[in-house]
Design a binder for this molecule. Structure first.
Ligand code: ZN
Length: 343
């Protein structure tokens, strides 16, 4: 009984600490921003849910922790993401953080419906590289973001200066107590894939749940993550690695897997794609490093859940069973194909 009471007290304390937190600061943790919009009697639960959404050939990751909601990329299809926003109950909600990892349409097109006025979705922070682009769909998205800056105090941040304080890393505390580190990408000019921002999600502690997400980062961007010191701070070792670049062989290196040491990789891709994803070489590298994988084209949406308490661990559940699966488009990339490929 005594032990139960202590556990309840500890949970309550954790809830109070986590309550209302949504602080952002550079790597020093400076410059907090606190939002309090929940009832004191109703502390948000610390549970973390991450969904690698099945959006076809593209990326979209939705994170929910406490009352905080984060979307990293929106996939290639606005209608599909609109359907997902409906089914996830995200209309009339606040999306605390939206991150466009880099400026390719298979990542940004699905972000458009967030701004449909009929959905009444409020967005607090929008991150992207802000690199010049001639793409009309991206211009539309940027117009929507800028108009929200004016009308709804959206904070529009460059991934090159994610906290707006000159620091390479911006740490955000979500309202359930999880933290998210947003890391400055390889400097411009670089091809869009290599401008992909890296994001590390950490549960209550590293024994709770950790995940690394870095868009379509290819070899030079992956080398940059280590050169920039991210392997030391915030650390790259994680439970789950979002397979960079849809399982392309240019999105993984043996060194990357040595640094991240994931148990699982999750690749987001369409079953029929022109790029040969997942590449045979990438699967071989995962296999050699003892990394198991799920892939959205075969497994559907992959859901990761953690109670969000220190040392609580996590579960990873595909919508359709089977691990380390192959897909109909998988092929061996030529060395040239491995070095190229944009989407
Ligand atoms: Zn992509």
């Amino acid at each position: 009984m005594r032990r139960i009471l202590i556990a309840i007290a500890a949970l309550a304390l954790l809830g109070i600490i986590a309550y209302g937190m949504f602080g952002m600061g550079g790597s020093s943790g400076a410059g907090g921003m606190i939002q309090r919009d929940a009832s004191v009697n109703d502390p948000p639960a610390p549970a973390i849910t991450v969904r690698d959404l099945d959006v076809g050939q593209g990326d979209a990751t939705y994170i929910h922790n406490g009352d905080s909601r984060v979307l990293i990329d929106g996939g290639p299809d606005a209608r599909r993401m609109g359907f997902l926003l409906d089914s996830l109950g995200l209309n009339n909600r606040t999306m605390d953080v939206v991150i466009l990892t880099h400026q390719h349409s298979d990542h940004y097109t699905g972000l458009l419906p967030l701004f449909d006025s009929r959905r009444h979705i409020r967005i607090r922070y929008f991150f992207e590289d802000k690199d010049p682009s001639a793409a009309s769909t991206l211009a539309r998205l940027r117009d929507s973001v800028i108009s929200r800056v004016q009308s709804d105090s959206l904070q529009y941040r460059s991934t090159d200066d994610p906290c707006g304080d000159g620091e390479a890393m911006c740490t955000i505390t979500l309202r359930g107590g999880a933290t998210m580190h947003i890391m400055r990408p390889l400097a411009a000019p670089a091809k869009p894939n290599n401008r992909s921002v890296a994001v590390k999600l950490v549960g209550a502690d590293s024994g709770s749940f950790t995940m690394w997400i870095a868009g379509d980062a290819e070899h030079s961007a992956i080398a940059h993550f280590e050169a920039e010191g991210y392997a030391v701070n915030p650390g790259m070792k994680v439970d789950v690695l979002k397979a960079d670049h849809h399982g392309s062989c240019n999105g993984v290196t043996p060194r990357y897997l040595e640094l991240t040491q994931p148990t699982w990789a999750v690749a987001s891709l369409g079953a029929v794609n022109d790029y040969g994803h997942m590449h045979q070489q990438a699967k071989a590298e995962y296999r050699n490093a003892g990394v198991q994988w799920y892939r959205t084209d075969q497994n559907g949406t992959v859901t990761i859940q953690s109670p969000g308490l220190p040392g609580s661990g996590y579960t990873i559940t595909p919508s359709r069973p089977g691990k380390d699966l192959n897909g109909p488009s998988d092929r061996r990339a030529s060395a040239r194909g491995c070095a190229g490929g944009d989407s």
